[in-house]
Design a protein around this ligand. Structure first.
Ligand SMILES: C[S@@+](CC[C@H](N)C(=O)[O-])C[C@H]1O[C@@H](n2cnc3c(N)ncnc32)[C@H](O)[C@@H]1O
Length: 194
């Protein structure tokens, strides 16, 4: 089975069983880029399943061919827009962990409407996550960090928990670039409340 997940129908939801061929829960790397983080995490945890979501074709192709070459059977890559997937294609309650790492921050005020996280995104995220599902967010952009924290807090749908991954959490490709420039990293971890 190739790592590329190409849905036969974009107007219905897909279970973990349909995406991976087995299981009922999986983790998602939203905006996975070239997949450095996703593939490293999947290699370290063969017992879990990982879906990378990316809208750029060249990047998701690279992720899938790297997964196929290295024989990782617990990774799938899907080319799609993040919110569309979570809102319309993910089976409610099926995502155990959602990683949202170094997303585009859309820094200009007039572009804030393009940010993925908005007040009306929070129920979408809540519904896609499993009962005790987690949302892990990392950025180098302080303003977007505060924006996301505020949206999450105001929604009342999640509670903040201690950042648990520690040193075992792989660094992402963009993280390496930002850290090389001496930029700070802001991290937050939230758990769904029912
Ligand atoms: C700044 S890069 C970070 C990539 C990776 N997470 C990392 O830390 O190395 C953001 C990625 O998210 C993708 N992206 C941005 N908006 C997206 C959206 N709405 N849906 C899917 N992918 C998106 C971009 O194409 C890009 O690859």
């Amino acid at each position: 089975m190739s790592a590329a997940f190409i849905p036969p129908d974009y107007f219905r939801r897909y279970s973990a069983q349909e995406i991976f061929g087995e299981g009922d829960r999986y983790e998602v790397d939203l905006g996975c880029g070239d997949g450095g983080f996703l593939l490293e995490l999947a290699a370290r945890h063969p017992e879990n399943k990982y879906l990378g979501i990316e809208r750029l074709l060249g990047r998701i192709r690279k992720v899938c061919s790297r997964a196929d070459r290295t024989g990782l059977t617990n990774v799938r890559g899907l080319r799609i827009e993040s919110r569309y997937f979570l809102e319309w294609m993910a089976q409610p309650g099926s995502i155990s962990r959602l990683h949202y790492l170094f997303p585009d921050p859309w820094p200009k005020g007039k572009h804030h409407k393009h940010r993925l996280v908005q007040p009306d995104f929070m129920p979408v995220l809540h519904r896609a996550l499993a009962q005790d599902g987690e949302f892990l967010f990392r950025t180098d952009h302080e303003d977007y960090y505060e924006w996301v924290c505020e949206c999450v807090r105001d929604s009342g749908l999640f509670r903040e928990v201690e950042w648990t991954p520690g040193d075992e959490y792989p660094t992402t490709d963009f993280q390496r670039q930002w850290e090389a420039l001496g930029r700070s990293v802001f991290s937050a971890q939230y758990r769904r409340v029912s």
